[in-house]
Design a protein around this ligand. Structure first.
Ligand SMILES: NC(=O)c1ccc[n+]([C@@H]2O[C@H](COP(=O)([O-])OP(=O)(O)OC[C@H]3O[C@@H](n4cnc5c(N)ncnc54)[C@H](OP(=O)(O)O)[C@@H]3O)[C@@H](O)[C@H]2O)c1
Length: 357
């Protein structure tokens, strides 16, 4: 049987690397993977993960999504002269008070996350349309659907990609080309370490008002505890990518976690945005990390309280969004919610409870 040709951007680490390894190692050898990265000097990690035994299923190509020549050269090297599944995964983050973000840093974020994604899609879309078949999968983020304090520029770039993809999806359904945004929450990759951030102790903050400085310092603690307590493992997130790759008609959005759903949903239930602003402020600045920790460190042997709800996540009817959450964190009964009446609310119940606290 003909292999499904998958091209992935940003495979030097994290989600891209994990997905390339997973697909290239498929027991039935269903995929031919073009794992691309901007700097081939970083390919050793990927090669170590596949241990050299994937000659027929994996090829590594240089591709910098901000460089049209590199993009064209990579497209030329696809032997099959077609890409069935394009995974736009390359992305960078930027964290800090807006006043401290340099123009160059903001431009880089948009060059990679927005124009890099657009350029990559442009390179492979004509072939997909011609063949009347294809899937475009995007490594998106809950920060693409809701604003996150001190991540304004990153969120702006990810929001832009949501608008791009939602608009494309309307047209592309006629060409049997499916666009899927994988909405990830925090994932245990090098993303946090790699992102550009304003140093909490650095000179960039010196000219800033004390209130913003204090809020930023609080945010950094929140972010640290959020990644420590609720970040998903890459393998768990990859499962959602695999489902989108294998589904005949994947949805426009797939969520890797339901943890943030109560916040995300406020956009629909309270369209003027004031509820969201209030709730997000509370989540970041009023709730202590001890609460996140208490939720995620609850005993792993459930006394039958929450597991059924965790295992069969609800579909969110509004807007046709497809949600799922399999995190082992949330297969645990959160001690915080026991006896509060929100035990059966899944991961969503946990954050709803925290917001009501
Ligand atoms: N981890 C999270 O918490 C999280 C949450 C939501 C969404 N996401 C999204 O998931 C995607 C993957 O992130 P990750 O978590 O796997 O982080 P990561 O380990 O930092 O991976 C990012 C990848 O993007 C590559 N990249 C950056 N600029 C590029 C360019 N100009 N051309 C080609 N590749 C480039 C990086 O390559 P270099 O090694 O050369 O820099 C790296 O391979 C990103 O789009 C991110 O926004 C991540």
């Amino acid at each position: 049987m003909e292999k499904t040709v998958v091209l992935i951007t940003g495979c030097s680490s994290g989600i891209g690397l994990g997905l390339a390894v997973r697909l290239a190692s498929d027991a039935s050898r269903r995929f031919k993977v073009y794992a691309t990265m901007r700097n081939l000097a970083k390919k050793e990690r990927l090669l170590e993960c596949v241990r050299g035994c994937h000659a027929s299923t994996l090829e590594i190509l240089q591709l910098d999504v901000t460089d049209p020549l590199s993009l064209a050269a990579a497209a030329q090297q696809v032997q099959e002269q077609r890409v069935d599944v394009l995974v736009c995964n390359a992305g960078v983050g930027l964290m800090g008070p807006l006043e401290t973000c340099s123009f160059q840093a903001m431009k880089t974020i948009f060059d990679v996350n927005v124009f890099g994604t657009i350029g990559t899609i442009q390179a492979f879309l004509p072939g997909m349309k011609r063949r009347k078949a294809g899937k475009i999968i995007i490594s998106s983020s809950v920060g693409a659907l809701q604003g996150i304090p001190f991540n304004a520029v990153y969120c702006a770039s990810k929001f832009a990609v949501e608008g791009l993809c939602e608009s494309l999806a309307v047209i592309l359904q006629q060409f049997n080309v499916h666009v899927t945004l994988i909405e990830c929450g925090p994932v245990n990759t090098s993303f946090l370490a790699n992102l550009q951030r304003t140093d909490a102790e650095g000179s960039a903050l010196q000219g800033l008002d004390p209130q913003t400085r204090a809020l930023y310092s609080q945010y950094l603690q929140h972010c640290q505890s959020l990644f420590r307590d609720v970040a998903q493992d890459t393998e768990e997130v990859l499962q959602v990518f695999l489902e989108a790759i294998c589904a005949p008609c994947p949805p426009l959005r797939s969520f890797t976690t339901q943890f943030f759903m109560p916040l995300t949903r406020l956009k629909l239930t309270s369209p003027d945005g004031s509820e969201y602003v209030r709730a997000m402020h509370k989540f970041v600045f009023s709730l202590t990390s001890a609460k996140h920790a208490a939720v995620s460190s609850a005993p792993s042997e459930p006394p039958g309280l929450c597991a059924p709800t965790w295992e069969t996540p609800p579909q969110v009817a509004a807007g046709g969004w497809c949600c799922r959450h399999r995190s082992p964190h949330w297969a645990r009964p959160p001690s915080l919610v026991q006896g509060t009446g929100v035990e059966r609310g899944g991961a969503e119940g946990c954050i709803s409870f925290l917001l009501r606290a």
